[in-house]
Design a protein around this ligand. Structure first.
Ligand SMILES: [Zn+2]
Length: 453
């Protein structure tokens, strides 16, 4: 008998044929049923056979088809007939169970078309299996509701809402759009939503309205990044307004130097500072716009909301009519969003928002654009939320402190584990609770850059 290349103990392989693209494997179930499926009687007689083609995981670059000679029986007690149930086979899809799982996992990383081609099934079949797989993951993977939540825009084919956990630097959800109804539905469904204390966001009214409605106790904070960005945009607008009156040569230079204009004064090299003073001499209004941009950034050095408010008031007066148009969007945004912009200054959420979190989220947004091609939103969302290896998990195990000999009673009882955790260790510790904070933004970014998802 040929060796069991299938590595499926429940089958005996009878024959193997192959050509350049296919394995054609004939097999039978190793153990015939002993009892009737309907009445459990042991009095069975053979009642014919049929050949069933069951697809399996591709092997050595070839498609695998298992031709199973399936037996039919009749029960002498109740007269019913039945085909033997095929072990390790998904009867609905006519595939091995392991192929179904394999397709689900592959479909997170690859296009449906490439999987369909490799296995030898239709793209529609891949899509159906993928949907089932995702539904199953949705039920088994549950992310902690963030206490400090971020809502941002991310571009995947079109603008989507991305929900993050700021304290843990993770993504917890991707919403198909940025509509108020979508956000309301999502927030309402969250377990423990009463404990969300801060929501950091950009200046997008539907987000604000949804939060005010569903999370009345949460404090809305406008991320610094989104506000100061508008000061840079004002300088850009000023620079562009000169273009028409310049000679092509000067225009090219000004284009070339635009990044210098957007840089913070304290970060300029000597050469850049010289360059900038050259422009300032020739274009005093551009110099003024640069100065106003710098002064606006300094508002964010304020230690309290009152200081920030006073700095803004003084700043606004210094915006003279020559540059007013360029800064009008920023001034309007401040007026419309002032309470939420000022919230940034009086609670502890600002540190994590300004530093690691904003930077890593912006990196993710940058690399995400590459992901978009060839996938549905559903598939993209699954890639981001359910790719293996990027979850940030913690075990909460009260006994650990004593067992590990940590003497310090102030030490947090949580400790960090890699996502591939030891199942034996888990089962011996019955008080262990695993908390999943979502998908680590930095790991996710690295995986996308490496082409792993
Ligand atoms: Zn029977």
């Amino acid at each position: 008998m040929p060796a069991n290349i299938l590595n499926l103990a429940a089958y005996e392989v009878c024959k193997i044929d192959s050509d350049d693209h296919n394995y054609h494997i004939e097999a039978v179930a190793a153990v015939a049923p002993k009892t009737c499926q309907a009445c459990d009687s042991e009095s069975l007689v053979g009642f014919g056979r049929r050949e069933q083609l069951i697809k399996d995981i591709p092997s050595h670059g070839k498609r695998v088809g298992i031709y199973i000679d399936t037996r039919r029986f009749q029960c002498r007690s109740c007269n019913k007939t039945f085909y033997e149930a095929l072990p390790e086979v998904d009867a609905h899809h006519l595939m091995t169970s392991r192929l179904v799982i394999w397709i689900g996992k592959q479909a997170i990383k690859r296009t449906f078309a490439s999987i369909a081609e490799e296995v030898g099934i239709t793209e529609g079949s891949v899509r159906n299996i993928f949907r089932d797989y995702i539904n199953q993951l949705e039920q088994t993977i549950c992310f902690e509701t963030p206490k400090w939540m971020g809502i941002d825009e991310i571009h995947l084919i079109k603008p989507r809402g991305v929900i993050t956990n700021i304290q843990n630097n993770t993504v917890v959800e991707l919403l198909p759009n940025r509509n108020k109804e979508t956000i309301i539905k999502y927030l309402s469904s969250l377990q423990g939503k009463e404990e969300i204390s801060y929501v950091a966001m950009d200046m997008w009214a539907p987000y604000r309205d949804a939060i005010l409605q569903v999370l009345p106790d949460a404090k809305i904070v406008i991320d610094k990044f989104h506000v100061v960005k508008m000061a840079n945009e004002a300088v850009e607008r000023m620079r562009k307004s000169f273009k028409a009156e310049l000679s092509p040569k000067v225009r090219r230079t000004l284009m070339h130097d635009r990044y210098t204009l957007l840089r913070r004064e304290s970060d300029l090299t000597d050469k850049e500072a010289l360059l900038l003073s050259g422009w300032a001499n020739n274009f005093p209004t551009l110099a003024l716009a640069y100065r106003l941009k710098e002064d606006f950034f300094k508002i964010y050095d304020a230690k309290t909301r009152n200081d920030a408010l006073a700095l803004f008031a003084a700043w606004e007066i210094s915006v003279t009519h020559e540059v007013r148009d360029a800064f009008s969007d920023l001034i309007r945004a401040w007026r419309n969003w002032q309470p939420y912009i000022l919230n940034y200054f009086d609670h502890p959420v600002n540190q994590p928002i300004t530093n690691a979190y904003t930077e890593s989220l912006n990196n993710l947004i940058r690399v995400m654009n590459r992901l978009g091609r060839g996938y549905s939103f559903e598939a993209l969302r699954a890639k981001i939320l359910f790719s293996e290896g990027a979850f940030k998990k913690e075990l909460q195990r009260p006994k650990l402190e004593r067992r590990m000999g940590y003497g310090n009673p102030d030490m947090p009882v949580m400790f960090r584990m890699a996502s591939g955790m030891d199942s034996k260790e888990r089962s011996t510790e019955d008080e262990v609770a695993e908390v999943n904070y979502g998908v680590d933004i930095s790991i996710l970014t690295r995986m996308i850059e490496a082409g792993e998802i």
